[in-house]
Design a protein around this ligand. Structure first.
Ligand SMILES: *Cc1c(COP(=O)(O)O)cnc(C)c1O
Length: 220
C-alpha cells in the first residue's frame, strides 16, 4: 500500500466521522483529492483505491496529465479549483467537470460563450473572498448576490454553489458560516470549503465538497 493510499483511507475515515458528528448522512460530503504538482505515478495508487474526484489549480498542468488517465478511468471527475483566465476558458470547459472559481464578469462571459460553442457545461461555483483579502481571488461578500444574479440573468449560467479559501491566519469557522449564509439566501446547495487543515470544521458548517491535497498526497 502506498503512503497516499493509507492517507486517503484516513481522510475518508475522518470525513465519515465528521459527517456523523454533524448528524449528516454518510456520503453527503464529496472528497475532492487535490493532486496539483503531483504526477500520474503519485495519482495512480489513489485511483486504484477507488478515488475518482480530483482537483487541479492550473488548466495547463491538468491538460498535460489528465487526458491519459481519463481514458483509462472514464468516470474520473475533474474540478478546477484555481484561478481561471478568460483565454483559458475554452480548455477549461473542454477538460473540467466542475469549475469552482467563477469570480468576475469577464470569466462568466467567456464560460457562457464556450459552453454554447462546445455544447458541454461544467458545473459552476462562484468563489467568494470571505476574508476580503487584497491578493485573493473571489468576489467580496457584499457583491456576491449581485454577481450570482448577473451570472444567471446576463450570462445564462447555472450556478450550483460557492467556494471559499479562508485567510490562513484566521479561524476558518466564521468564514465557512458566512459562505453557507450567502449560499442559503441565493438558493445554492453546493458548498466547496475545507482543506487538509480544516475540512472537519467545514463539514460541521455544511460543506458538500472538501478539497484535500497534502493530507492525501503529502507535502508539495
Ligand atoms: C492546494 C489547494 C487545496 C488543497 O490544499 P491542502 O492544504 O494541500 O489540502 C484546496 N483548495 C485550493 C483552492 C487549493 O489551491
Amino acid at each position: 500500500m502506498s503512503d497516499a493510499t493509507a492517507r486517503l483511507a484516513e481522510v475518508r475515515l475522518a470525513i465519515a466521522r465528521a459527517e456523523a458528528d454533524a448528524h449528516r448522512p454518510a456520503g453527503s460530503v464529496t472528497l475532492v483529492a487535490v493532486s496539483k504538482t503531483f504526477g500520474p505515478e503519485a495519482i495512480e495508487p489513489v485511483l486504484a483505491s477507488g478515488q475518482r474526484v480530483f482537483g487541479e489549480n492550473r488548466v495547463q498542468e491538468a491538460q498535460g496529465k489528465w487526458p491519459d488517465m481519463k481514458e483509462r478511468y472514464p468516470d474520473i471527475e475533474l474540478h478546477l479549483i484555481g484561478p481561471l483566465q478568460s483565454n483559458k476558458a475554452k480548455e477549461a470547459v473542454a477538460l473540467f467537470d466542475v469549475i469552482h472559481t467563477v469570480d468576475r464578469p469577464s470569466i462568466a462571459q467567456a464560460l457562457a460563450r464556450e459552453i454554447a460553442r462546445q455544447g458541454k457545461a461544467p458545473r459552476l461555483l462562484v468563489q467568494v473572498n470571505t476574508g476580503e483579502e487584497e491578493q485573493k481571488a473571489g468576489v467580496i461578500p457584499q457583491e456576491a448576490d449581485a454577481f450570482i444574479a448577473a451570472c444567471r440573468q446576463e450570462h445564462g449560467l447555472e450556478i450550483e454553489g460557492l467556494m471559499c479559501i479562508p485567510p490562513v491566519d484566521q479561524s476558518p469557522g466564521p468564514h465557512f458560516a458566512l459562505l453557507a449564509k450567502i449560499a442559503r439566501r441565493n438558493g445554492l446547495t453546493v458548498l466547496s470549503m475545507g482543506m487538509s487543515g480544516d475540512f472537519e470544521t467545514a463539514i460541521e458548517v455544511g460543506a458538500t465538497h472538501v478539497r484535500v491535497g497534502s493530507a492525501i498526497f503529502g507535502a508539495r
